[in-house]
Design a protein around this ligand. Sequence first.
Ligand code: NAP
Length: 254
Amino acid sequence: MDDTSKVVLVTGSSRGIGAAIALLFAKHGASLSLTGRNAEKLSEVAKKCKENGAKQVLETIADVTKEEELDRLVEQTIKTFGKLDVLVNNAGILILGNLDAYTSESFDALMSTNVKAPMYLMKIAKSHLAATKGNIVNLSSIGAFYNNSTALVYSMTKLCMNYITKSCVKDLSKDGIRINAICPGPISTEIFDNSFTNEEKQGILEKYASSLKGRVPTVEEAADLVFFLASDKASMVTGECMPFDGGVFVSSTT
Ligand SMILES: NC(=O)c1ccc[n+]([C@@H]2O[C@H](COP(=O)([O-])OP(=O)(O)OC[C@H]3O[C@@H](n4cnc5c(N)ncnc54)[C@H](OP(=O)(O)O)[C@@H]3O)[C@@H](O)[C@H]2O)c1
């Protein structure tokens, strides 16, 4: 199957990494099912995707924490395109905080957005992905690899994401579906830029000065890795949760 015939659903495609993933698939002529809550931003991304080669673009306003909206999203995607090749579970939120900062509200928001929603989408997309021998790419985080007291619940949700990614391999493989995750280090997007003080950001950037490239990754580079994992070139890759941080995590353990 070439990329131009692919139908790709990207959650959280109204900005940031999700928008970059959508744009890259657009440049390869894919048909896109884009979704987020911000209609204006989603339309801007859809317009850019159409201008850059997307075969067809569907925009669905949906809150991933509401299962009925995810049902509608998948139904609309199948109704419009007749199939689904790739599900990119990208939508996510970051709420920083240690144990003392724990609240039920922040716990529920993080778990329902970052864990429950992608898992439910995997469940309802499975039969469609089985029909195309398609695949899933999940957006995890390098935070899943650290014992991280300051982003305690967020990192826990990404550890869950990695666990789901690996634990579903056997079930999905029976239907010819691959599943992988990428685990980025900090990337300059709203989630990153709005969550840290300038001083904290400076500290993080200094840490990344020792990475392979001496900088943090870009959204385009994250999209490249997602695109590769979703492509037929990665047909023997499944169940991988790939650190994507220029070697900072691995270096910290040597
Ligand atoms: N940037 C980083 O440093 C970094 C590092 C590691 C992992 N990640 C992961 O990468 C993914 C994308 O992050 P990003 O940096 O691109 O963040 P971002 O710029 O804040 O974008 C987040 C996206 O998720 C969507 N979203 C959030 N809550 C939603 C909800 N309840 N329903 C529907 N859509 C929702 C937002 O859309 P609307 O606002 O339109 O709803 C937006 O499109 C996340 O899973 C994040 O955890 C990011």
